[in-house]
Unconditional design. Structure first.
Length: 274
């Protein structure tokens, strides 16, 4: 499978992105970013990328636009990145993000930000552990109730992640030499239920430690399918945990999977060049 990434520059390219949105997430027509808006933004210096299997089959895309960070600097807001289900796990999403980074650096942008569901373990591993993005911002039910296949059934809580594309932290992560982070205590140790499901512990406290870990379910999709009440319990529990830890100065910097468990690693006093 030979896949290459190129800019989306024509209305046909943008229509391909519309079709990909529907195929990847099961979006209804009203939920997709329309082709005319994609084209207008691309023509005005924003970023739309297509991943294409040779000779010319679109299999993934990335779309973002220029925005302002909290300190007033320009950044790239990466709105959507998606890959067809049959092509997931082949590194195409990672390649799209790297292409996005190169495009941002060419524009002399230091920051790319986006949102994702913090209970989606695959995305967490890609965003934090493989790319070197970090997060200290939690937005509960950001998009309200959504009916697509990925989001239906739970409040749409999101991390906003910050990817400091020119930083030492990101460069070392992409080189396979990420800064070491001590594991620290687990603030919300889960308990095993009959049937093998794991539930969050009933309470938690903000630790007095420079690092800590937050446990999340390893497979949210299976949990939503077979134990939806437990999935909602995890959502509301981790919302409280992350909100408290971010308010206490912790930053989520890595994601680890250990057998049937998954953890975010958080640390205080984090800096992009630390």
């Amino acid at each position: 499978m030979a896949v290459f990434i190129r800019p989306a520059v024509t209305i046909e390219d943008c229509r391909a992105i519309v079709n990909l949105q529907s195929q990847i997430w099961g979006f209804a027509d009203l939920d997709v970013t329309p082709d005319h808006l994609l084209l207008a933004l691309a023509k005005e210096g924003n970023m739309a990328l297509l991943a294409v299997e040779e000779p010319e089959k679109p299999v993934g895309f990335a779309f973002g636009f220029l925005a302002f960070a909290g300190d007033g600097r320009l950044k790239l807001a990466s709105h959507q990145v998606g890959v067809l289900p049959a092509y997931q796990g082949a590194g195409i999403g990672y390649a799209l993000k790297l292409a996005q980074r190169q495009a941002a650096l060419a524009l002399k942008l230091e920051l790319v930000s986006w949102t994702f569901d913090p209970l989606q373990a695959r995305n967490a591993y890609l965003n934090l552990t493989k790319l070197g993005a970090v997060s200290n911002t939690y937005w509960p039910n950001l998009y309200g109730n959504m009916g697509d296949q990925l989001n239906q059934g739970l409040p749409t809580d999101r991390f906003r992640v910050d990817w400091w594309v020119a930083s030492n932290h990101v460069a070392r992560t992409l080189a396979g030499e990420p800064p070491a982070v001590a594991a620290g205590p687990v603030v919300n140790e889960s308990v095993c239920l009959p049937g093998g499901w794991r539930a969050p512990g009933e309470g938690f406290s903000v630790p007095q430690a420079p690092t800590c870990r937050v446990e999340v379910p390893l497979n949210l999709g299976q949990l939503k399918l077979h134990a939806p009440d437990l999935a909602r319990q995890w959502r509301l529990h981790t919302r409280r945990v992350f909100t408290a830890l971010f308010a206490a100065g912790y930053v989520a910097v890595r994601f680890e999977r250990q057998a049937d468990r998954a953890y975010y690693l958080l640390r205080q006093d984090w800096g992009a060049d630390s």
